[in-house]
Structure formats: structure tokens, C-alpha cells
Ligand binder design. Structure first.
Ligand SMILES: Cc1cc2nc3c(=O)[nH]c(=O)nc-3n(C[C@H](O)[C@H](O)[C@H](O)COP(=O)(O)O)c2cc1C
Ligand code: SF4
Ligand code: SF4
Length: 250
């Protein structure tokens, strides 16, 4: 599934550095895959390689399918989960502008049930410790990652999308929340910002103390968490991804 052209590999180690399951190993200044079983198929190694040495799913970095044909294609294709951020906070103006784009999203019955909190994670270092503990409880092992990344991936902000539990709409606000966060992600890409969905913080907010720390009031339900900030990582190209399977009913 993944091949590394040993002639073009310069041994920079960027693929090994970005790979969360740590599947790369170096030999004589060149990179090799030591295990393919644990590959998440995220394509981050393919996207980050500066020399285009990695091919995946028979897609090479020069494959024409990786060239966006329009601005919207470019935003969709150049969105990656960013897990390394500069330690610089974004202004309230930038963050509220990002969130305000969700007013153009579809909403069941146009009920617009969503509420948002934005947590400045740089001012809440204790959250990292709490999440490390949650990771142990949930997965039975301590959190491990390449290059000493943290659970919160050094992100400066977490955007929490939530709804009032008394929301009267017959539809679950969860769908509204996913659309909103994806819209924020694409707008962030356009502004050169990075994002990732932080499922772990969402799960941790089942705990009343964590909920309170993140500005979620009693009677509010957390529907998703998107971390955002200035990226401290540079992707060279979109991820290589397999075609989606479709069932045609005609
Ligand atoms: C609901 C949801 C929860 C996620 N939770 C986490 C998380 O807790 N930590 C993390 O690093 N990435 C998380 N991710 C990001 C996925 O790992 C990522 O989207 C996937 O590996 C594909 O990579 P890409 O986003 O770069 O395309 C989450 C994604 C989704 C949709
Ligand atoms: S990122 Fe590319 S060039 Fe750098 S070590 Fe990995 S395969 Fe080689
Ligand atoms: S696709 Fe993702 S998980 Fe698989 S080797 Fe590349 S970086 Fe690692």
C-alpha cells in the first residue's frame, strides 16, 4: 500500500516524525516501513514528504488527481488534521469570525440549536494532565505519540460545539454540529490555520469538572470539539486516499 522510493528519499525523517503509530525506521540514511499492519492510512507521510518519495494506494505525488481544480477543491483537499501548533493565541476577532461562518450552514428546521465555547488551552495546562489520566482509563495505557506530542497536540484553542439539552427540535443537533465544525475547518484552511477534531477532550467532558473548565454549563450537551491554531507543520500535498465505495440504486 505504501512504497518509499529509496533513490528520492533524503532521510529527513519527516515521515517518521508525523506517523502516529511510529511505523518508520531509518537504515543507512534512508527511510523504510517496519510495519504496515498498524497503518491508519491517514496519508500524512505521503503529504509531508518534501521529495515526493512516498507513494500510496498506487498514487504517486505527481498524480494529476492531487491537483485541485477549483478553490473549494483546494480547501477540501488541503485540510489535514494538524497536531503541532505554534504557541501563539489567536485573537477573539479571528476566532469569532471563523465560528460566525456557521450561520450559513444548513440546520434541521432552521432551529440553529448550536452554542459555542472557545477555550484558551494555553491558559489551562492542567487539562493536559487530566486528559493523560483519561487516556489511561479509556485505553488502559498511557498516551504515547511521536516527538513527545501531547494529548491536546499543543493546540492553543479548543472550539466546543454544544446544545441545550432542552432543545425542542425533533432532530438530533449532532448533525448540525458536525456540519458546523467542518465548515469552520475549511474556513480555517483558507486562512492558513490548522485544526483537528479532539474526540478525547469531548469524551473527557463527560466529567463535570472538565465540562466546567471548558465553559459548558449544566443543561448543555457537548456535540464536538475542534482544536485550532497556527500550524507548526507543513504539508506538501493532499493525502492519498482510496476511492469511496458507492452502492448505486437505479
Ligand atoms: C469525531 C472525530 C474525533 C477525532 N478525535 C481525534 C483525537 O482525539 N485526536 C486526534 O489527534 N485526532 C482526532 N481525530 C482526527 C482523525 O484522527 C483524522 O481525521 C484522521 O486520522 C484522518 O486524517 P485527516 O484529518 O488528516 O484527513 C478525530 C476525528 C474525528 C472525525
Ligand atoms: S519524508 Fe520522504 S524524504 Fe524524508 S525521510 Fe521520509 S520518505 Fe525520506
Ligand atoms: S499513512 Fe499514516 S499511519 Fe500509515 S505510515 Fe503513513 S503516517 Fe503512518
Amino acid at each position: 500500500m505504501i512504497t518509499i522510493n529509496q533513490d528520492s528519499c533524503c532521510g529527513c525523517g519527516k515521515c517518521a516524525d508525523i506517523c502516529r503509530p511510529r511505523l518508520f525506521t531509518e537504515s543507512n540514511g534512508k527511510m523504510q516501513l517496519k510495519d504496515t499492519q498498524s497503518c491508519m492510512k491517514c496519508g500524512h507521510c505521503f503529504s509531508i514528504c518534501p521529495t515526493g518519495a512516498i507513494s500510496m494506494f498506487n498514487i504517486s505525488p505527481s498524480d494529476p488527481s492531487l491537483l485541485p481544480q477549483s478553490p473549494i477543491q483546494s480547501l477540501i483537499m488541503n485540510r489535514h488534521s494538524v497536531r503541532r501548533f505554534k504557541q501563539t493565541p489567536l485573537s477573539h476577532a479571528v476566532l469569532s469570525n471563523l465560528i460566525n461562518w456557521t450561520r450559513f450552514c444548513p440546520s434541521a428546521c432552521n432551529s440553529r440549536p448550536l452554542l459555542f465555547s472557545v477555550v484558551n488551552l494555553l491558559l489551562k495546562p492542567e487539562l493536559e494532565q487530566i486528559l493523560q489520566q483519561k487516556h489511561k482509563e479509556l485505553f488502559g495505557k498511557p498516551f504515547e505519540s511521536p516527538s513527545n506530542e501531547r494529548v491536546l497536540r499543543t493546540a492553543p484553542h479548543a472550539i466546543i460545539v454544544k446544545a441545550n439539552t432542552q432543545c425542542k427540535c425533533i432532530y438530533d443537533p449532532q448533525e448540525d454540529a458536525c456540519i458546523a465544525l467542518n465548515t469552520i475547518e475549511l474556513k480555517a484552511v483558507e486562512q492558513g490555520l490548522g485544526t483537528y477534531w479532539c474526540g478525547l477532550l469531548q469524551i473527557a467532558m463527560k466529567d463535570a469538572e472538565v465540562k466546567k473548565m471548558c465553559g459548558v454549563a449544566d443543561g448543555e450537551k457537548v456535540l464536538g470539539v475542534l482544536c485550532v491554531g497556527e500550524p507548526d507543520v507543513k504539508f506538501e500535498r493532499p493525502a492519498a486516499r482510496e476511492e469511496v465505495k458507492i452502492t448505486w440504486v437505479e
